[in-house]
Design a protein. Structure first.
Length: 108
């Protein structure tokens, strides 16, 4: 059964482009993870400050294995950190992880 993980990230006005840039810089980092099925970064189109990182996994064990992996830790470091520099300032002020499973929908 597919498991959906949504990281709701609060991004103050003016910082969204930087968040998108950081995600683009590590595009594909999760693609090879066992059980990974897909990813989207959703940008708000209204006045909300919550950006959503939506991932789909074959099961909870696959997601937990990814979160516990060295690849996860490495993927969440900036390019500057990987090169030996200091971490950039955080873009977000808060985040929380939501978990869902598919209960219905359409094929279309």
């Amino acid at each position: 059964m597919t498991v959906i993980k949504i990281n709701a990230i609060t991004v103050p006005a003016g910082s969204g482009d930087e968040l998108a840039h950081r995600f683009a810089a590590r595009a594909g980092a999760v693609d090879g993870a066992e059980g990974f099925q897909g990813f989207e970064l959703l940008k708000p189109t209204d006045e909300r400050e919550q950006w959503l990182v939506v991932t789909r996994w074959a099961d909870e064990d696959s997601f937990q294995a990814w979160v516990s992996s060295p690849e996860f830790a490495e993927g969440h470091r900036s390019a500057v950190e990987r090169a030996g520099g200091e971490a950039p300032r955080p873009v977000s002020s808060h985040s929380e992880l939501w978990s869902y499973e598919i209960a219905g929908g359409s094929a279309g």
